[in-house]
Design a protein around this ligand. Structure first.
Ligand SMILES: Cc1ncc(COP(=O)(O)O)c(C=O)c1O
Length: 437
């Protein structure tokens, strides 16, 4: 294809003239990997087609929501029916109650829940609630975890545990991040030190239980157990950001996996997004009644939204939850995802390329490293050039993975054994070029 016939390229040029970087969310611009972003024309099942009509096997699935693949008939029907009844009312609907019941039914650490429109909004509101409920200001987050783009969370570590974070974005005043302490993921000694210094001033500790914004790094069970114990001891709230892992790694979300190893384990607050909206703008946060009742109109913590609990989005979310709640759904999804990473590992081994991978439910990550990383510095120590070769090699062969080495991948129930085989064959061809280079 020549530049003059590449419709992705001409769309990108048009977009760049009007939209900063040509995209409405930065990672879509392919800045890390170079090249032209694919403009999606339509999607069905495990595939999407770009502006040139090329088909891709989609391992992003809108960055997580599309757990049933694109255009699932039951979800489409629910959305079309809801749209006919009205797009938005700004008044309560029965479907909001049904969705709250469905979510809480699967994630019982939440006794009450509030629906919002994005993961950013949910995370930001959960922190305000934690601060309002505890009367404290300081929060802990972890290096490499992403919780949306609220000001107080765009932070990197300061020079020591006594100094709080530095903003990672222009436009975030130092005063706004002065209460955010950034720690290294999976580092128990540092966690203990931080609580010893600041424990009684901490409103909450926020964590991605499986960090999908570091590709795929699990919080170890002892680390999570220590997070829980220290939060309880010092009266800080443990906030699970399950925007990505919620209903993606298990029907009970990541917290149900920790509860298998840590008896009685539950977070205080949970933040959800992505899958619960099935691809529509919908997210939520929830927790025990005693905490949630601090929210307006019952309590003094203000939180609101014109489109919150949107009737079309709740219909999409409910239909999605109905499908993924069917017996055997996660067993089949988990097996398919595992077959992908095992196939990739075998292909890498056959070509002599260092490779490690992990997965849970329909979420996976892999690294061109012989051992799985445990924290952000190790993830970012991966060779970016080799990743970019892999990314473009796969893209050229019709396989679409995240255009950045620190992003997780997603398999849907629409991915077939044949899709996995095709992907592994494409990867093997690229591994061969990597080994030769
Ligand atoms: C763990 C996590 N939290 C929060 C967010 C923010 O969600 P949103 O992009 O819907 O604002 C994301 C987005 O990728 C995420 O992965």
């Amino acid at each position: 294809m020549t530049p003059s016939t590449d419709l992705n390229l001409s769309l990108f040029e048009r977009a760049k003239a009007l939209i900063p970087g040509g995209v409405n969310s930065p990672v879509r611009a392919f800045k890390a990997v170079g090249g032209t972003p694919r403009f999606v024309q339509r999607a069905q099942g495990a595939y999407f087609w770009d502006a040139n009509g090329q088909r891709f096997i989609d391992y992003i699935g809108s960055w997580g929501p599309m757990i049933l693949g694109h255009g699932h008939p039951a979800v489409l029907e629910a959305v079309q029916k809801a749209a006919l009844d009205g797009f938005s009312f700004g008044a309560p609907t029965e479907r909001e109650v049904e969705l709250a019941e469905a979510i809480i039914g699967h994630v019982p650490s939440m006794e009450m829940i509030r629906l919002v429109s994005s993961g950013t909004e949910a995370g930001m509101s959960a922190i305000r609630l934690a601060r309002g409920a505890t009367g404290r200001s300081k929060i802990i987050k972890f290096n490499g975890c992403y919780h949306g783009h609220a000001d107080a969370l765009l932070v990197k570590a300061g020079s020591g545990l006594a100094t709080f974070g530095h903003a990672t974005s222009a436009g975030v005043p130092a005063e706004v991040v002065q209460h955010t302490l950034v720690l290294e993921y999976n580092d128990i000694a540092q966690l203990e030190e931080a609580f010893a210094l600041h424990g009684s001033d901490l409103a909450c500790l926020m964590i991605e239980p499986i960090a999908g914004n570091m590709n795929f790094v699990r919080a170890s069970v002892p680390f999570m157990q220590r997070c829980r114990e220290l939060c309880t001891r010092y009266g800080a709230l443990l906030v699970f950001d399950e925007v990505m892992t919620g209903f993606r790694v298990a029907l009970g979300s990541a917290q149900s996996l920790y509860a298998r190893s840590i008896p009685g384990f539950k977070p205080d607050l949970t933040v959800l997004g992505k899958v619960i909206g099935g691809g529509m703008p919908l997210a939520a946060f929830g927790g025990p009644r005693a905490i949630m009742e601090h929210l307006a109109p019952l309590g003094p913590v203000y939180q609101a939204g014109t489109l919150s609990g949107n009737p079309v989005a709740t219909a999409c979310g409910l239909a999605t939850l109905r499908e993924i709640g069917r017996p055997g759904f996660y067993e089949a999804l988990g097996a398919r995802t595992r077959s992908l990473i095992e196939g990739l590992a075998q292909a890498a081994q056959a070509e002599g390329v260092p490779f490690s991978a992990d997965c849970e439910g329909g979420m996976f990550g892999f690294f061109l490293l012989s051992e799985l990383p445990q924290n952000y510095p190790t993830v970012m120590g991966t060779d970016g050039t080799r990743f970019n070769t892999l990314f473009h090699g796969l893209l050229d062969r019709g396989v679409y993975i995240a255009p950045a080495l620190y992003e997780a991948g997603f398999v849907s129930s629409a991915h077939t054994a044949q899709d996995i085989e095709e992907t592994v064959a494409a990867a093997r061809a690229v591994f061969r070029t990597l080994a030769a280079g």
